[in-house]
Structure formats: structure tokens, C-alpha cells
Design a protein around this ligand. Structure first.
Ligand code: NI
Length: 388
């Protein structure tokens, strides 16, 4: 098993890189050092690449025979979290941390580049490596797609290291895996006045409160109980003083679901509730709905290919099942252009302290999983191209 042997050979290389990226995390759209380091590594490997979407990179490994094109994606940005781990590779950037595992994704993808670069003879087609910026803002993938990176790409494959899965296990199920993540802003206009004379004003606090309550009926009364959806209001700003009737209120929130048809209905449903509820309180309500990222839905056939890849590399027991997640992932933007899957590679290991959730200040990964992820990236690419 050549891929497995090579992944083992580059294990330390991947761990060292992961630790370096971990020490120098950079927020979305600011991945300057990270991007430079990826480019340096690709140059050393003599793999051609181009810079896209500000700090993103698309590298290309051509096989020795013609065929389809597969894109392997790894996201590279970090988060505004202050690291509380006491480790030698602790973040040196105050207030920023790789708290989602993207340091591992970047390192594994470079590891897979090394593996595939040594196996050009066996690549039946072309492998593209997508180093994606700004995933945490759900903007990077969209920008890369807009710049045309998906042209000529027949399939996509991404990995997310995952803290809810035991280290060494891998989830590659077909179907909905991560939710759409959109945002909305509601503006309620009332009329100010003295708190002792409510009838002379139009109370924006009361109207906005009613809107918050009415929004609770969207999921429970308007969406099929067999579907999964979320409507959450996270911001409610209104008022200036205890005895003043507020003349306006601003609400902000997010919607989640796993079904594009429901997603497309959200703006209309929300707008109806906002305008009608507001007007029933004599106020005016308006909605701004911003589409963030679509749901991640893994392709059936690609999931089957991945299952045989995992069995080939490891064994059937490595495959684990995991419920879908209401978090969002902009890998969905690539999936809207070509079939593919997002695989989840387990990094949970209580003995090593890697048992905190993603985005937690003590998030860490079991680095032994990186070798598996590296092998999975490379072998899936070979298998997908062979299947083509
Ligand atoms: Ni992430």
C-alpha cells in the first residue's frame, strides 16, 4: 500500500507543519504568513500553483495519464479565540487561535501533496489542491468559485478534523451533513415618547418582542416535523432609558436547515412575520436576509468511493457513523459545482486532552490522526480518478 507507506514517511513533516501553523494563526482574509508558507512548501516540491481569492492557493499535480480532475480542499484560517492550552506550540498571536483544526487541514493537504507528487505515475488525471481562506466567515469558498477555480473540476473532496469522533475513526456518510447558515437583520421602527404615556408613542420594544415570539412558530408550525431547521435571534437592541418609549429596535439572527427548498422559503416567511406583526402593533418592520452558505450534502456515489478508500487504507471498523450537524461549512459552495463529499476524521482522545469542542479555548487535536487524514486525501484522489 504505497499511499499508506508514504503518509507514514511524511507523518512528522505534517505534525511539524501543523504545529507551526498553530503557533502563527491568522484570522479570515488575513492569512498572509500562512499563505506564504504554503507557497514555499509547494515550491520546494516543484508543484505549480496560482494565488486566488486573496490568500488562497490552487496547486496542480498532473498525472502521467489523462483523465478527470479532482479537487482536494483544506481551509487555512483561524479564529478570534484566546488559546488556553499550555503546549509548546501554543498560539503566539494574542487573541487568535486555530480552534477549529484548520491548521491540521492545511498540514495534511501539504502532506498529501508530497504523497501524490511521488506517485504521478499512478494518477489517472489531475489533482488540484485548494488551500481556502476565510472559511470561518463563509466567504472564501464563494470567492474561489467566483474566480473560476471549479472550471474543469469533476469532483471535490474535503476533510474536517472532528472532536466529537474518536481519534482514528472516519465518517463518510452520504446525504445532508452540515446545515445551511444564513443571517438576517430586522429593523423595527416605532415612535418615541414618555414612558408614562405609552399611548402617545409606538413602542418598538413591544413590537420587536412580539416578532421574536412569532418567529418561534416558523419551525414548529410551518416546516414539516420530518425536517430539521433552526431560527434563532441572537441580538436584540433597543431603548435608551427606563422611562422613554423606544422608537426603534434591531434584531439579528440566523437560520439553519438541510434542505435547499426550505432555505429558499425562509426570506419570504420571515418577511411576512416581521411586517405583519410590526404593523399589528402600529410599528413598521423590515427584513434584510443574507444568504451565507448552503447545506453540505454528500454525494451518494462519492460516499461509496470514500468507503472503499477507507477500507483499502485501514479497515471497515474505521468507518463510523455521525449525526448531521447544524453548524455551517462553506465547502458546500464547491459541492454546488461538482459532486463530492466532506469527510470527518476523528481527533478526540481524552488521554491526550483533545476532548474540547470546536471553537473552545482549549480545543486541540490528537496529532496521530493527521497521518490518516493525509493518506485519505491522497488515496481518495487516486480512487476517484480511477472510478471516473
Ligand atoms: Ni472548521
Amino acid at each position: 500500500m504505497k499511499v499508506k507507506t508514504l503518509a507514514k514517511k511524511f507523518k512528522q513533516y505534517v505534525i511539524d507543519l501543523r504545529r507551526e501553523f498553530h503557533m502563527y494563526p491568522e484570522a479570515s482574509w488575513e492569512e498572509i504568513r500562512t499563505s506564504k508558507r504554503i507557497q514555499e512548501e509547494l515550491k520546494k516540491m516543484e508543484i505549480p500553483f496560482s494565488v486566488v481569492a486573496k490568500n488562497g492557493i490552487v496547486a496542480t499535480i498532473e498525472g502521467n495519464s489523462d483523465g478527470k480532475t479532482i479537487a482536494l480542499r483544506g481551509d487555512i484560517d483561524a479564529l478570534q479565540v484566546n488559546e488556553c492550552n499550555d503546549v509548546p506550540y501554543k498560539s503566539k498571536h494574542e487573541g487568535i487561535m486555530h480552534a477549529c483544526g484548520h491548521d491540521g487541514h492545511t498540514a495534511m493537504l501539504l502532506g498529501a501533496a508530497k504523497v501524490l507528487n511521488e506517485m504521478k505515475k499512478e494518477i489517472q488525471g489531475t489533482v488540484k489542491l485548494f488551500f481556502q481562506p476565510a472559511e470561518e466567515l463563509a466567504q472564501g469558498a464563494k470567492k474561489m468559485v467566483e474566480e473560476g477555480v471549479m472550471q474543469g473540476v469533476d469532483g471535490v473532496f474535503g476533510i474536517h478534523l472532528w472532536s466529537d469522533i474518536e481519534s482514528g475513526k472516519i465518517s463518510i456518510e452520504a446525504g445532508p451533513r452540515m446545515a445551511s447558515a444564513d443571517l438576517f437583520k430586522i429593523h423595527v421602527k416605532g415612535l418615541g415618547g414618555h414612558g408614562s404615556l405609552p399611548h402617545q408613542g409606538i413602542d418598538a420594544v413591544v413590537a420587536a418582542s412580539a416578532i421574536v415570539m412569532d418567529l418561534q412558530s416558523v419551525v414548529s408550525r410551518e416546516i414539516s416535523p420530518l425536517e430539521t431547521a433552526v431560527v434563532s435571534v441572537g441580538v436584540f437592541k433597543s431603548g435608551t432609558r427606563f422611562n422613554v418609549i423606544a422608537n426603534e429596535a434591531v434584531l439579528e439572527g440566523t437560520t439553519r436547515c438541510f434542505n435547499n427548498e426550505i432555505r429558499e422559503k425562509f426570506p419570504k416567511i420571515l418577511e411576512r412575520i416581521v411586517t405583519h406583526t410590526a404593523s399589528s402593533y402600529r410599528a413598521e418592520g423590515s427584513l434584510t436576509y443574507t444568504f451565507g452558505t448552503p447545506p453540505v450534502i454528500n454525494d451518494e456515489r462519492c460516499s461509496q468511493i470514500a468507503a472503499s478508500t477507507v477500507e483499502k487504507l485501514f479497515d471497515r471498523e474505521t468507518i463510523t457513523k455521525m449525526g448531521k450537524i447544524t453548524g455551517g461549512e462553506d465547502f458546500a459552495e464547491f459541492l454546488s459545482k461538482a459532486p463530492g463529499i466532506l469527510a470527518f476524521v476523528g481527533v478526540r482522545n481524552e488521554a491526550k486532552g483533545s476532548c474540547y469542542s470546536h471553537h473552545h479555548e482549549k480545543f486541540d487535536i490528537d496529532e496521530d490522526a493527521l497521518e490518516k487524514g493525509t493518506a485519505l486525501y491522497a488515496q481518495y484522489a487516486l480512487d476517484f480518478l480511477k472510478e471516473g
